[in-house]
Write a protein that binds this ligand. Structure first.
Ligand code: 2AM
Ligand code: CA
Ligand code: CA
Ligand code: CA
Length: 273
């Protein structure tokens, strides 16, 4: 439970300012030369901008709540995910969609969530290129800038636009993702792969997508998106209908009307018993 709503509003307002400022500085430098490093394989990238945005966010968010715990992709990844002992935890993805960012494909975001012990307090995902902020305070609805958003009302897979994400190392290694993709392709109206899970989840929340599934994601990829989708009236679970506990897991997100059909289809394609 959030004990102090006054502080929540203050933290939300300040975090919003911090993420918008970080987004503006990335936007101003989009076409400047970046230093690109690979991490685990040739598709796993990080740039100097990812690192600079992360340290900027940490510096200002720690100032806002001194002693808060950090779970951040580039410097505190292994802190995931024992929030139980921590009054406040920031979960941060400095650039979600780094490969898009490197290629100037205009789908990448900054994502910041605040937890109070195990409960999310609020989340913010900024579409950097378009300067659109998706946000939600737990229990208060989800917003696209200042507009309240809702998941779509489409009620069959046949009429749905569905997005997915499969890291290419996973594609090379196993067949489960392929089975799901090949099987869903003919069943949906359309399939998209944007390369930013934070934005895909925000799009499910606005109803611009009807569903989304992704191979194992990390807490910073899904924390804000799950809140957005749930606050907008949709559902996020793993294969087994369990609400995400922020462990690395598959994510299946959709509006309420297609959820049963969507997850049944994924489970049977992936041969989940
Ligand atoms: P990133 O850009 O912050 O790394 C693309 O499918 C989405 O998955 C992006 O949100 C991306 O986040 C994330 N992602 C990148 N590499 C991944 C990996 N190896 N496993 C799982 N997710 C990954
Ligand atoms: Ca990454
Ligand atoms: Ca990410
Ligand atoms: Ca990232």
């Amino acid at each position: 439970k959030v004990k102090n709503p006054v502080a929540t509003d203050l933290y939300f307002k300040e975090a919003k300012h911090v993420i918008l400022t970080a987004g503006e500085s990335v936007r101003n430098e989009i076409f400047q030369k970046k230093i690109i490093h690979t991490k685990e394989n040739f598709t796993d990238l990080v740039t100097n901008v990812d690192r600079e945005v992360e340290s900027y966010l940490i510096k200002h968010l720690i100032k806002l709540i001194p002693d808060s715990h950090l779970v951040t992709e580039e410097t505190n990844a292994t802190n995931a995910i024992a929030f139980d002992q921590q009054p406040y935890t920031w979960v941060i993805d400095p650039i979600d969609g780094t490969m898009n960012f490197v290629h100037h494909f205009p789908r990448y975001a900054i994502s910041v969530a605040l937890y109070h012990y195990n409960d999310i307090v609020f989340g913010l995902t900024l579409d950097i290129v378009n300067n659109i902020l998706y946000s939600a305070i737990k229990g208060q609805g989800a917003y696209m800038n200042d507009t309240l958003i809702h998941t779509s009302t489409i009620d069959s897979l046949k009429h749905s636009l569905i997005a997915y994400g499969i890291p290419s190392a996973e594609w090379r290694a196993t067949s489960r993702s392929k089975q799901i993709l090949f099987s869903l392709f003919g069943e949906c109206q359309g399939i998209r792969n944007s390369g930013s899970s934070c934005l895909d989840l925000a799009f499910v929340a606005t109803g611009q997508l009807d569903g989304f599934w992704h191979y194992h994601l990390k807490p910073w990829d899904v924390a804000v998106g799950i809140l957005l989708v749930e606050e907008a009236g949709g559902i996020c679970t793993n294969f087994n209908h369990q609400i995400s506990n922020l462990k690395d897991d598959w994510i299946i997100a959709s509006n309420k009307p297609i959820y049963d059909e969507f997850i049944s289809h994924i489970r049977s394609a992936a041969d989940v018993k």
